[in-house]
Each structure stands twice: as C-alpha cells, then as structure tokens.
Design a protein around this ligand. Sequence first.
Ligand code: NAD
Length: 356
Amino acid sequence: MPATSGTVLVTGGFGLVGSATVRRLAELGRTVVVADLDTPANRAAAERLPAGVTVRWADLTNAEQTSRLVGEVAPAVIIHLAAIIPPAIYKNRALARRVNVDATATLVKIAEAQPHPPRFVQASSNAVYGARNPHKATGPVTADTPMKHSDLYSALKAEAESIVRASSLEWIVLRLGGVLSVDPKAIPFNADALYFESLLPTDNRVHSVDVRDVAWAFAAATTADAAREILLIAGDESHMLTYADITPALAATRGIKGGLVPGRKGNPDDDDAWFVTDWMDTTRAQEVLQFQHYSWQDMLAEASRNAGPSKYVLPLLSPLIRAALKRRGAYWKQPGQYADPWGAIKRRLGDPAPDA
Ligand SMILES: NC(=O)c1ccc[n+]([C@@H]2O[C@H](COP(=O)([O-])OP(=O)(O)OC[C@H]3O[C@@H](n4cnc5c(N)ncnc54)[C@H](O)[C@@H]3O)[C@@H](O)[C@H]2O)c1
C-alpha cells in the first residue's frame, strides 16, 4: 500500500471529476499536483484551488512534456482522468484517440520507467460494456462482464484500460457510472449537451453517482488495499435509474416542469441501438472504498436548494422553453418509433463508430 504522504498527480484535474477529486485530496491533507491543459478557463480555475495544491500545465499528448512532468513531480500515485468524453468525442475523433489511448500509453510507459514507479489509478467507464439493451440484460454488470466495443468512446476507454492493466505498475481501474453534480455550473449545458440528452433512449439504464462520491473513491483508491483490481463506481440503489428519470428530475430542480425535449424509447429488438450505460454491481467497490454517501433523493433536494432565483422564474417560462427546444430534439420529424442513438449522433455530432 503506498504511503499517504507521497504526492498525488491528478491528470485532467480541472475537469468535472478532477476538480472534486483534488478538493477531496486537499481535505485529506495530501500533497496534490494538478496536470491539465493551459487554457483560459483552467487558468481561472487555478486561482480557486485549495491551499497546498499546485498546478503543472501540460499537454499529455506531448511525450516530452509528460516525461518532464512525471520526472519532476515524482508522484507516489497518478490519478489519470484526462480524456475526451461524449458528446465532444464524436466531433474530435483523431484527438480523442491521441488523448484517451496514445497519451495513456505514454504516461504508463514513463511511469514504469521511474526509479519508484507510482501507483496508477485509471478512470475508466461503464461504457466498456458497450450498448446495453435492458430487455436482454440480466443483473447489473460486474467486473467480469465482457467488454464490447459499440462506439468510439467505449472502444477507446477499453483500449486505455487494457494498456493500464497490462502494465507492470500497481494499478487500480475505476469504472465510473454517470457522474452528476448538484452544482448547476459544474456540468456543461449547451446546444450539443441538450441534443445529446435528447437522443438517449428514455428507458436506457444509467447508474448515476454524485461527483463527490466519485472523488471520495479516487482519493481512497490511492491507498486502498486493492491493487490490480477493477472497481465499479456508482451510487447506491437509489441511483439505478433510466434517462427518463434523470433529465426531467434535474430540470425540475431548476423549476422547469415536465422535462425539456420529448425523447424516444429504445428498440427492444435491436441490441446495438442503445447507449453505453447500465446498472453496475458496486458491492466490492463499496467494501474497499466506502465511498457512497449521497442518494439520488439527497442530490435532487440539494440541487433544488442550489438552483437560485431562476427556479421561481422558469416555471412561468416552461411552456415557452419546451416549445423552443422541441425542434432541437434529436428525433424532431424523424421517421420511426424508437430511439436511434448512433444515427442521431452521426447526423449532428460526427461518426460514432469505433476506429476500423
Ligand atoms: N463524467 C462522466 O460521467 C464519466 C463517466 C465515466 C467515466 N468518466 C471518465 O472520468 C474521467 C474524467 O471525466 P470528466 O467528466 O471529469 O471529464 P472532463 O471533460 O470534465 O475533464 C477532462 C479533463 O481532461 C483534460 N484534458 C483533455 N485533454 C488533455 C490533454 N491532452 N492533456 C491534459 N489534460 C487534458 C481537460 O482539460 C479536462 O480538464 C475521464 O477519463 C472519463 O472518461 C467520466
């Protein structure tokens, strides 16, 4: 088990999961170095870092920068979060391979070559199980459920995970469910995000989790007695939801009643026409990391308290908002009855197929 005194290097430390993980590690009194891209938004976030956390600007697709970073920081643990995720991944195929796979391979190789190779905690995803038809699936997925490449994201996350697992490092893989936050500003809300939400089959399973619990899990994984294990990180049973449960409930916390854009159910007879999320068996992860603290109901209550004055104005505007957004939905005037997530992604965002 690595010493709790060593430096923890967090790649992608200004992202959704990274910001919360860095906060949690700082609360625990750990020495933390954030590695992320030098962008105006990240520079602004760097001003608000907790005391004792330092920043190293680095583009992990640049092997020289990565080598300098790891050599100079000499971390006891690397938490590797940097990645390109949906929906942005479908617009940036080539970059996504360079960041999600090639940069992971480089980082692993550099870590292996250190005089004291660090523990390596890899952020993976329930996406590695591929498209999941709830009409065919049995119980929640486990660490042993086979991986399946259904789209670019699931394929690249599986490849990255395989690189880490084949390394000589003391690795732990955390496969995350759908990470949510009660902070209305934490998750990007733009035209692509709205379109993406509208294309997900409404009865597709998704296992959500509060980002603070994910952060707790990553921090605990830096010292947990669980090397070379795959752990499934999602909330307690109250988080075993469908997309029809999540989006309208979160919109309601901001005062928008009745959901945003009408969605479609998935096709029970087509195992590929589903998104890459499912419910997960978190028993082993909870035993090792003791990370589950926020139920789905806790999150909704807190999100509602955080929503601010807009929640008194938006109910009056709900019909107008819904009318305006209807035409932006993925299935507006589309033929057919069922959701076609990959077709909808291709129409607006980019080719979602795995690399040939
Ligand atoms: N958010 C989820 O629901 C979810 C679910 C499952 C798995 N995950 C995984 O968790 C990890 C973190 O996800 P997130 O939601 O925080 O994503 P995010 O997009 O919020 O953060 C990713 C971070 O990586 C950084 N980054 C991107 N390219 C980089 C590069 N070349 N060099 C250095 N930094 C770079 C970005 O600047 C950003 O700060 C990812 O590996 C993701 O695949 C996330």
